[in-house]
Design a protein around this ligand. Structure first.
Ligand code: FAD
Length: 728
């Protein structure tokens, strides 16, 4: 009897304890937020809880790549509400965003539960374990070997990164990030700016190695303390913001003109997008003539100038376009003669924009040690060498990387007197100078500015660091913009989301790309209207066509019916599909010959659908719903045939934007009223709108963008030094 009573007592105690737990609840009701880094910093989860459950989730992914992480917020929020916690599947193709959301949610829920976000780590076994994860590489994933000893990470070695698209950027992630991971023993360390995908690749590899060693990767995201120091740097003649092509070239010219120069660069290395290029256009350069054409002129500059003016339909900026044409050769010569630049060849190629126009460009000499990467010659060494030469001209001259300019500093009268910037460790730098040159490479990295300007984003091939900071700073000083709506530099088409995992083999990825790039299927715009070859002859154009990249919203859909897919399964790709590959952004596979049955087409489509590279629908109305267009319009375009459809998005991949700040012939930023802000300059992509026109592609001589970095850099550096001297 006693025993039964005891059991009853224990039971009633348990019941009352759980009643207390339920009465108190798991959480303190309210709204809690936490942020984590996904592909970019700033993935924020805001969760509302009552005592025992999650009642609402808002996920801010506005800094993530629009087409990948950007579309993950809604499904992730649904998963969280269903799971009532962070045990969610995540969204395929948006692994980094999904992981960041999981961690941010855990942190927010821990706060709601009044717990420490990070407790003890599950022990990892001693030894070396491998982790594999997508980096920036297009063909294969990154592999790291991670050695653990006494529960800590002792060594990280990247053992496979064979196909990195941007070898030079990857190197900065490897050199800077690994020591920080070892020192902090935390996966929370920031990605190296300018090498985000490579950095996250390394961190994810380490995370997987932690799991392989019996640990829990999420427990290794322990907070990293940031510095709150403020450092003042004073008395420079010229401050150069951004040390890509135009920044380095401005720096050199200013130093050469006797100025003291401070340069700041947000990325972990200098060079920006300029180190992705083949090279600049340079018309009748003496160096190129001597080296390649026995001293003969190789182009008629008047023809180029006249065609250019005709193209931009205005002489408003004729003085600047004259500089862009008639001084392109001598600008290149100046940097060859004074700063050691070298070029390996001279090429006459068809224009990207108007096929019958030629463009004249030369190719950088590659680094003798590292040679070429997929995008072109490795050439950071040339820009570093030039900076070294420039720094020797004045012992005060220096520069810093991983220092991101955030705003201009003004005196009480509103005059620009410097730049405020943040170092990767949180330290704020105030750098004071007589003049400031903005060289931050345009705004393709800012989804907000892209949407505001074009109503659509473009997948970046180049730097997402270039997020319009320079243009916004120029505007904050009263500067005007010019031809902001010049179309972005896009010459490459590909699937919307590159699949960087092993979910498909490279050959399967090549087939998926061919479905996006082929020119023999009906093409449909985001509004459901016909585009490109639709209703035309369907001729095969192996080259990337401007029609494709400048479709409305910078994308369109290739539409396949079930019958088309069945035909591919049994009879293989058509002649057009079997040659539809992307320059630069190939995923490494080989397409089967036309007529070879593609038995695994259904697998390719279904993986493609997981990554938002394929949309399938059982009817026109369903397809229209998924595309977000009118069913009537789409039905008319597709001839009203009801069947199962597969829409494969073909999207534009871009190098950078073109429109920027309005400048005069000295590269001085101009106000709306046309007067110059005398000590503020803008170069490269931050001011290239002055050579262009809204609504059209940038001027058609391909190397012209890089040429502008030479021309504008030389002018601005020299002019800024002169203004600083006059001020002194
Ligand atoms: C893959 C690829 C291939 C290309 N091929 C060619 C070609 O063959 N010929 C050609 O003419 N053009 C080519 N281009 C275009 C060309 O690279 C650009 O037009 C040119 O490099 C722009 O130079 P820039 O100095 O304006 O920008 P960048 O060279 O990109 O320099 C901008 C710099 O500013 C830094 N930065 C950004 N924000 C901040 C901040 N807030 N604070 C501090 N620093 C900041 C960036 O990290 C970067 O280093 C190509 C571009 C790409 C991406």
């Amino acid at each position: 009897m006693k025993k039964i009573l005891a059991i009853l007592l224990v039971l009633s105690l348990c019941l009352s304890l759980s009643a207390v737990a339920l009465a108190d609840g798991v959480y303190t009701p309210g709204t809690y937020s936490a942020s984590e880094a996904g592909h970019e910093p700033g993935v924020t989860v805001t969760v509302t809880v009552d005592k025992n459950s999650i009642t609402d989730v808002v996920i801010d992914v506005s800094h993530e790549t629009a087409a990948i992480g950007g579309v993950a917020a809604e499904p992730l929020a649904e998963q969280i509400l269903a799971a009532q916690g962070s045990e969610i599947d995540g969204v395929s193709g948006a692994t980094e965003t999904s992981a960041a959301v999981r961690r941010a949610l855990s942190a927010a829920l821990a706060e709601a539960a009044g717990k420490e976000a990070f407790g003890e780590k599950t022990l990892v076994a001693d030894g070396t374990y491998s982790g594999k994860a997508p980096g920036f590489g297009l063909v294969s994933q990154m592999v790291c070997d991670v050695t653990f000893e006494n529960g800590a990470i002792k060594a990280i070695e990247v053992v496979d990164e064979s196909d990195s698209l941007t070898g030079e950027w990857f190197a900065s992630a490897k050199e800077l990030l690994i020591p920080r991971l070892l020192e902090s023993q935390s996966l929370e360390v920031d990605a190296i700016t300018g090498a985000t995908a490579s950095s996250n690749g390394i961190k994810n590899c380490v995370g997987r190695a932690i799991e392989a060693a019996g640990g829990v990767a999420d427990e290794w995201y322990t907070p990293i303390e940031k510095s709150d120091a403020i450092v003042e740097i004073r008395d420079y003649d010229v401050v150069v913001v951004g040390l890509g092509g135009s920044g380095v070239l401005s720096y050199c010219a200013a130093a050469d003109a006797g100025a003291s120069v401070f340069g700041l660069e947000a990325a972990g290395k200098i060079g920006g997008n300029s180190v992705c290029t083949y090279g600049p256009m340079a018309l009748n350069s003496e160096y190129l003539k001597k080296t390649f054409t026995d001293g003969q002129d190789y182009i008629n500059e008047d023809d180029v100038y006249n065609t250019w003016i005709e193209y931009v339909e205005s002489e408003d900026k004729a003085d600047i376009i004259q500089k862009a044409v008639y001084t392109s050769g001598e600008s290149l010569d100046y940097y060859v003669d004074n700063f050691g630049f070298e070029f390996t060849g001279l090429g006459l190629l068809g224009s990207f924009v108007v096929p019958e126009w030629d463009k004249e460009w030369c190719v950088y000499t590659p680094d003798p040690e590292t040679g070429w990467n997929i995008l072109g010659p490795n050439k950071t060494y040339q820009f570093l060498r030039a900076l070294d030469i420039a720094m020797e001209k004045n012992e005060k001259n220096t520069y810093m990387t991983e220092l991101r300019a955030e705003q201009l500093i003004f005196d009480e009268a509103g005059k620009v007197i410097g730049v405020q910037a943040k170092y990767y460790d949180g330290t704020v730098y105030e750098i004071y100078g007589d003049t400031v040159i903005l060289a931050t490479g345009g705004f393709m990295g800012s989804n907000e500015m892209m949407l505001e300007t074009f109503g659509a984003t473009v997948n970046p091939i180049g730097d997402t660091v270039n997020d319009g900071a320079g243009i916004r700073m120029g505007i904050s000083a009263g500067g005007a913009t010019y031809m902001m709506k010049t179309l972005p530099m896009v010459h490459v088409s590909q699937v919307a989301n590159l699949i960087r995992t092993d979910d498909l083999t490279p050959d399967q990825k090549a087939i998926l790309s061919a479905l996006a790039l082929t020119t023999d299927m009906p093409m449909v715009t985001t509004l459901g209207e016909p585009w490109g070859n639709t209703n035309q002859s369907g001729t095969v154009d192996e080259d990337v066509s401007v029609e494709i990249v400048f479709a409305p919203d910078f994308m369109y859909y290739n539409i396949f019916t079930q019958a088309d897919i069945d035909k591919i399964r049994t009879e293989g790709l058509s002649e057009a599909q079997a040659v539809a590959t992307s320059r630069f952004l190939s995923q490494g596979g080989t397409l089967p010959e036309a007529g070879t049955a593609v038995a695994d087409i259904d697998e390719i489509l279904s993986v493609g659908e997981k990554y938002n590279d394929v949309i399938s629908a059982g009817s026109i109305a369903e397809l229209a719903g998924k595309i977000g267009c009118s069913a009537d319009v789409l039905s008319e375009t597709l001839g009203g045939v009801e069947t199962t459809y597969y829409a494969v998005p073909c999207t534009s991949w871009g190098y950078g934007t073109v429109g920027g700040l309005d400048v005069d012939v000295n590269m001085n930023v101009l106000r709306e009223d046309g007067t110059p802000i005398e000590n503020l300059f803008a170069v490269g992509q931050d001011s290239e709108g002055v050579c262009n026109i809204d609504g059209k592609a940038y001027t058609p001589w391909g190397g012209q963008a890089q040429s502008w970095t030479f021309v504008s850099g030389k002018i601005a550096g020299t002019a800024a030094a002169a203004v600083a001297k006059a001020d002194a």
